[in-house]
Design a protein around this ligand. Sequence first.
Ligand SMILES: [Zn+2]
Ligand SMILES: [Zn+2]
Length: 123
Amino acid sequence: MRDENMAATALEPRDMEWLDKGVLGIQWSDGHKGVYPVRYLRQHCPCAACVDEWTGERRLKAEDVPVLIMLQDIESVGRYAFQFKWSDGHDTGIYSYSLLRRLCQCDVCQPVKPVEPKSRRLM
Ligand SMILES: [Zn+2]
Ligand SMILES: [Zn+2]
């Protein structure tokens, strides 16, 4: 049997391709094929403008992101993250590789598509 404890080594993206219109695919060094709808990535931007640094509360509402958001540019940050440039002018989010792995929307990571909770308060 093969030793499967390879995950401890640094996770790195090996390849990147468009799987579909607006769906980014990232091939990881551990063999996992990540699936990332770009609007989902934008909605989960980890920068200080989108997430409160102190409380961790998300300031950016999912519906605030344009439906036709586009990824205009991808820059590597060191050897641990990507910086995405969005068509709405936003570019301050640094997406670490480990964050990206958590955001993966492939069938294995997300067997059941979560229904977006309606955070509507009853007055
Ligand atoms: Zn942001
Ligand atoms: Zn996955």
